[in-house]
Every structure is written in C-alpha cells, then in structure tokens.
Write a protein that binds this ligand. Structure first.
Ligand code: HEM
Ligand SMILES: *[C@@H]1O[C@H](CO)[C@@H](O)[C@H](O)[C@H]1NC(C)=O
Ligand SMILES: *[C@@H]1O[C@H](CO)[C@@H](O)[C@H](O)[C@H]1NC(C)=O
Length: 497
C-alpha cells in the first residue's frame, strides 16, 4: 500500500519533531473533545480512512457516535453523522462552521484565493456568490434559460435515438455528462464545449474527475504540514497540472470574448461571461482572475455531480424493474408516452421526484459535503470542536442510518411519497447539497436538470442492461473522490417503446 510506505518513510522525521515539541509545550488543561478511536502515535487514525472514507467513517460513527473526533496525523478532524448534529453545525451554528478547511492541493494555481468554493465568508466570497445567484441561479434567470436546456435534452434524446436505431448501448454517465457540460457552457459562454468529436469531452470529464480524486484523496501534507514543500504523494503537483489544463481552456474563451468586446462586437450574447465581465468593470472585488476560477468552480462542481446522479438513478431503476415500470406509468399518465418533458411538469411528477431524492439519499454526489473548519473553539452538544479542526459532515452515513431510515439500503422511492422531506437544506435527514450559507448555489439548477434528463430518458425509450446482465447482478460499487462516481460505467441498451 503506497500510503503505508510513505507513512513509514516520514515517520521517523516527524516523530523526532513532535517529541521535541511535546518537550517544549507546557501542560494545558484540554477541552472535552468528542469521543473517538485512540490514535496511534504520530499517524493517529490515518490508516482507518481507507479508500472509501465515507464508508469507514460511517462504521466508526456506529461505535463512537454522531459527533466523533479523529486524530489524523497532526490534524484533528471532527465528523458529524446525524441529522440533529448536522442541523447544529449547518444551521444553528452556521456562521461558526462556515469557513472551509482547505486541502493543501487546492493551493494549485492559488485556486483557494479566488474560488467561491474555498474562500472564507467575507467580501470576496459574498460578491462571487451574489454574482452566481443573481446571474445564473435566480428563479427568473432559470426561467429564461429553460429553452436552452430543452434543446440540450432534446439533443441527448436524439443521440440515444440513434443508438436505439443502431442497436448499440449507451454509456449513461458520459452521455449525461456531455449534456450537462453543454448546458453549462451554453449558459456561460454561448457555445457547445462538448463538440462532436467525443474524445475532447472524455478528456474534460477525466480532468474533472481526476481533480475531485486529488482533492478528496487523504494527503499526508494535510496531516503533517511540515511535508508541504515535498508534496510526497505528488497530489498538489498533479492537481496543478489538471487545473492548468482546465483554466487554459477558460482563459482562451474569456480572452476571445474580451477581444470581441474591445472591437465593439459583443453585447448580443447576454450570457454569463458578458455579465461577469461587466461586473468586473465596476466591482473592484471581481477581476479576470476571479472569473477564470469561477468558471473552474462552476464546471468542476456542476458537471459530474449532475451526470452521475442521472447515472445512479438509471442504475437503481434498472435493478428494480417494478420501480421503473411505475416511473414510466406516471410519465405516460402525466405527460403522454414519448412526449418531451417540460420543467414546469416536474411538480406534477411526484414519483419521479421521489426517485431523484432516493438516489441522492443512497448516492450523495458529495458524500462528505465540502470540508469546513472552525476558527475558534466551538461548543457543540457538550463537546468542544477545537480551533482549526477539520469538520466533515457525513451525508452518506446519515442517508444510510437505520435509526433515520427504514430499510436504509433498499431503493424505495415510495418512502418519499408521504414524507415531507426535501433536499433544499432544511431537512437534515437528506442533505446532498449541504446547508446554511455555504449550501450549494447550483441546487436550483440541479433539481431542474436531473429530473428533466432522467424523465426524458425514461419517457422516450425502454431500457435493458447490456449483455444480458440480470438486474440483481448489476455492479453498484462506488469510488470516492471529493465526489462519488460509479466504478463500472452503466451501459444500457435503449429500445423503441
Ligand atoms: C447533483 C448536483 C450537485 C450536488 C449534489 C452538489 C453538492 C454540493 C455540496 C454538498 C456542496 C457543499 C455545501 C456545503 O458545504 O454545505 C456544494 C458546493 C458548491 N456547489 Fe454544488 N452540487 C451540485 C451541483 C452544482 C452545480 C450544477 C453547480 C454550479 C453550476 C454547483 C456549484 C457549487 C459551488 C460553486 C459550491 C461552493 C459553494 C460555497 O462554498 O460557497 N454545484 N455543492
Ligand atoms: C454589459 O455592458 C454593456 C455596456 O455597458 C451593455 O451594453 C450590455 O448589455 C451589458 N451586458 C450584460 C449581459 O449585462
Ligand atoms: C485580481 O485580484 C487579486 C486580488 O484580489 C490579484 O491578486 C490578482 O492579481 C488580480 N488579477 C488581475 C488579472 O488583475
């Protein structure tokens, strides 16, 4: 195990330094930390994380409770694993927990200094969130951009229709990725970034996924800051390369637009990039560098999360033919067989909505949300979360907790039909988008796009697993980055209805 060897390698140096520090440190009375596993010397509980931290932390929480404290190397991590405590951290004491804990890797291209996702709650972050909320995600903006989404989903259905005629299978994740990429790129730049040569999309998706992997991967530098310069696992170096390639793309697009504006040929687009460039001309808080990194945030946070939700939903439906049948029946009754779905139909499609919620309960795209930290000691339910601790909220564990959900591992959308629980950050049993002031700003878009794509795929075709795989044999394994992805891409064959 690569991690183990590395740990042994640095162990000696670090032990020495820590013993020295301990010698110097005077004995202080320590605050009452949440319970947790007894840490090993130096490395603490680092080896307990494994390559699926959402699952190993859920197991540990069964032993130590809904608020637990882990020593990971030099770093204290507090993990929250119940609705009540999530409410405490994300809502009641939101402000105290609203600073991000920044993985060292995110210093690549100084992303942490410009990014909405990582900046502390202060003027710059407020300006960027405001720019996003009022120009992309507001109700009126989303109403106005409906046409665009209708068209991109229509293109998805045409692509699947072609596969259907040719009798070939569809890789749902990559088809949905292409659709969400083009949705966003048209909203922001008025272009299709996914061009017909599939390879460029594949590469972009790979870059986005690999970035999530590097940010989510346990990095020794985060647990032993002394290793920062060495970057022993090469995580920051690789993320610098991935971010560099993505940023290069945006820089080109932004420069092209600036050139057009200089020539007085722009203004007609009225797209997000024009709006942002306009803002940067008057608001000192936002300049070109921020806009580049805002694009990285939008495309990094908004493409794979959306497409993998569609893929997981399809996978669960193909595993559960009865549920699939009910979903299609609802669509047929409400919309009419084979007819296109409008976003305004979604409120009437309660079973489809329940399917999306149930998918996000079992497969939250960001299983540990995005890490936070506290800047002072904070009291939570009688325990102290110590200053500087990393705080993780395990949305995956909450979604799988048998004391919260009956038959937690079963896919049963019906459970939501008479349950008033939504994903908008007010019901802490289901928090795929997080909560509080740091809640995902893309929520309003995602809850339109996911049911729209899924419903359209279901209402236009019949579906079968490729290669005669039986529903119960479908591989549902996941892999962890900052986000979750299906390990085996779902390949399904569409049939005319
Ligand atoms: C299924 C879709 C999505 C899921 C499940 C999701 C989930 C999340 C989560 C859990 C967070 C952290 C919230 C917290 O700390 O409480 C987050 C933050 C964020 N998301 Fe999303 N997201 C999705 C789609 C999108 C889309 C479509 C966009 C943009 C186009 C987006 C942009 C962002 C940004 C910029 C942040 C950082 C916000 C901040 O730190 O202030 N997300 N998202
Ligand atoms: C940007 O500013 C220009 C000039 O002030 C204006 O004509 C244009 O409509 C603005 N664009 C947007 C999208 O607000
Ligand atoms: C944008 O502002 C930041 C400070 O907030 C500065 O470091 C950066 O160099 C500026 N970028 C440009 C292109 O002026």
């Amino acid at each position: 195990m690569e991690l183990l060897i590395l740990i042994l390698y640095v162990l000696s140096t670090v032990t020495l330094l820590i013993s020295l520090q301990l010698l110097i440190k005077s004995s202080k009375t320590s605050p009452k930390l949440p319970p947790g596993p007894v840490p090993l010397p130096v490395i603490g509980s680092l080896l307990k994380l494994g390559d699926k931290p959402h699952k190993s932390l859920a197991k540990l929480a069964k032993i130590y409770g809904p608020i637990m404290c882990l020593k990971l190397g030099r770093r204290t991590t507090v993990v929250i694993s119940s609705p009540a405590l999530a409410k405490e951290v994300l809502q009641k004491q939101d402000l105290a927990f609203s600073t991000r804990s920044i993985p060292n890797a995110v210093h690549a291209h100084s992303h942490n200094r410009y990014s909405t996702a990582w900046l502390p709650v202060a003027d710059q972050w407020r300006s960027l969130r405001k720019a996003l909320n009022s120009n992309i995600f507001s109700g009126s903006r989303l109403e106005a951009s409906q046409n665009l989404r209708r068209q991109k989903v229509q293109e998805l259905i045409e692509y699947v229709g072609k596969c259907c005629q040719e009798g070939v299978s569809v890789d749902i994740g990559s088809a949905a990725f292409k659709t969400s990429l083009n949705l966003l790129s048209n909203t922001v730049f008025s272009i299709d970034m996914a061009d017909p040569t599939q390879d460029s999309v594949k590469q972009f998706r790979h870059l986005i996924w690999q970035s999530a992997v590097e940010i989510g991967k346990p990095n020794l530098v985060d647990y032993f800051p002394i290793l920062e310069k060495i970057d022993p696992q090469g995580i920051r170096r690789r993320l610098t390369n991935h971010f560099g390639q993505i940023l290069e793309l945006f820089i080109q697009l932004i420069n092209q637009r600036l050139e057009l504006r200089r020539l007085g040929k722009s203004g007609a687009e009225n797209d997000v990039i024009d709006i942002l460039l306009n803002i940067s001309e008057t608001n000192g808080e936002i300049n070109k560098t921020h806009i580049e990194h805002l694009c990285l945030d939008i495309f990094g946070a908004g493409t794979d999360t959306t497409s993998s939700s569609v893929e997981w939903a399809m996978a669960e439906l193909l595993r559960s033919p009865e549920t699939l049948k009910k979903a299609k029946a609802e669509l047929e009754q409400t919309i009419g067989k084979g007819k296109p779905i409008e976003e305004s139909d979604i409120p009437q499609l309660s079973y489809l909505q329940a399917i999306v919620k149930e998918t996000m309960r079992l497969h939250p795209p960001a299983p540990l949300l995005v890490p936070r930290t506290v800047e002072t000691n904070v009291e939570v339910c009688g325990y102290t979360v110590p200053q500087g601790a990393q705080v993780l909220v395990n949305a995956w564990a909450i979604g799988h907790d048998p004391s919260v959900w009956e038959n937690p591992t079963s896919f049963m959308p019906e459970r939501f039909l008479d349950l008033d629980i939504d994903v908008r950050g007010r019901d802490f049993e289901l928090i795929p988008f997080g909560g509080g002031r740091r809640i995902c700003p893309g929520l309003s878009l995602a809850i339109r796009v996911i049911p729209l794509m899924l419903g359209s795929l279901l209402n236009s075709f019949d579906w079968k697993l490729e290669g005669g795989i039986k529903p119960e044999e479908l591989d549902m394994d996941d892999k962890f980055g900052l986000t979750l992805q299906k390990t085996q891409p779902l390949r399904v064959v569409p049939f005319p209805m």
